[in-house]
Write a protein that binds this ligand. Structure first.
Ligand SMILES: C[S@@+](CC[C@H](N)C(=O)[O-])C[C@H]1O[C@@H](n2cnc3c(N)ncnc32)[C@H](O)[C@@H]1O
Length: 262
């Protein structure tokens, strides 16, 4: 079956009919997904008030029994949802970050920070924001360990260097001259990683960062996702750069830099 739409049901419950008018009825609820082949007719019969579809936009018109399209298919959302279903811990989000978060993550970065390293770019929301800030694509190295995402990134950003690699093993790769990178933008799910992995990510990337270089990390959590003992061990400090509620879920961005030496 060639699936064109893969809506996932984030909350509530509903009855839907698949296969056009008079098609087969079934029920869905939070946690379910449906894979719909090209042009499959699908209708909403009834739904609870909190019924929410992700991976596509919800469009409901029960009075006319109009085709339930969930809006136009959005390939990035589908990509994310599929990747999340295959490896929820690695992907840690059912949808790409929004533009507001991408702007916040990249707002301090300028072309003179190149070369720039991005960790866990996914579908490239932050990558695009970096290009919007005038950074040249050829100055970007993208480290992604999801094979589907890496393929998509190579296609989307052909002049960047895309490596299918584990960001926790960066220190073992010889990617840049020591202290040459101006900024690291990280979408890594640090809260799903072990302290040992987080330590390796930071040790590896700070080996490449200039003395005044900055590591930007976002989190959905309430505090910096790098544990205090790791910051102390590497002599780093984390500063809250800002928060955006125009992201689902709301996210906070931290700026991590070296502590000044006395
Ligand atoms: C929460 S998603 C963020 C994606 C994108 N930056 C965004 O904000 O939309 C986490 C991303 O990190 C990638 N990832 C997770 N663990 C990784 C690792 N150890 N090395 C490289 N990439 C990793 C996932 O495949 C996924 O693309």
């Amino acid at each position: 079956m060639t699936a064109e739409e893969v809506p996932g049901f984030a909350s509530g419950a509903a009855s839907i009919a698949l296969g056009g008018t008079g098609g087969r009825e079934g029920s869905v609820r939070d946690g379910d997904i449906v894979m719909l082949p090209t042009d499959a007719g699908h209708y909403l019969v009834e739904a609870s008030a909190d019924f929410l579809v992700v991976g596509a936009t919800n469009y409901l018109d029960r009075s006319t029994n109009q085709s339930m399209t969930y809006g136009s298919p959005n390939s990035d959302l589908q990509h994310f949802l599929r990747s999340w279903l295959s490896d929820p811990l690695r992907v840690s989000a059912v949808a790409p970050s929004g533009e507001a978060l991408a702007r916040l993550m990249t707002r301090e970065i300028s072309p003179c920070d190149g070369p720039i390293l991005e960790l866990g770019p996914g579908t490239g929301v932050f990558t695009k924001a970096l290009l919007d800030r005038g950074v040249s694509e050829s100055e970007l190295t993208l480290i992604e360990n999801g094979p589907d995402f890496a393929r998509l990134l190579r296609h989307r950003f052909p002049q960047s260097r895309v490596l299918l690699a584990d960001a926790a093993r960066l220190g073992r790769l010889d990617l840049f001259p020591v202290a040459s990178v101006g900024a690291v933008v990280s979408g890594l799910p640090l809260l799903s990683m072990s302290p040992r992995q987080v330590l390796s990510v930071l040790r590896g990337t700070f080996g490449y960062l200039r003395p005044d270089g900055t590591f930007y990390q976002f989190t959905y959590g309430l505090r910096c996702p790098v544990p205090r003992p790791i910051l102390d061990r590497l002599r780093l400090k984390a500063t809250r750069l800002g928060q955006t509620v125009r992201n689902l879920p709301p996210a906070t961005v931290y700026r991590i830099t070296r502590r000044p030496s006395n």
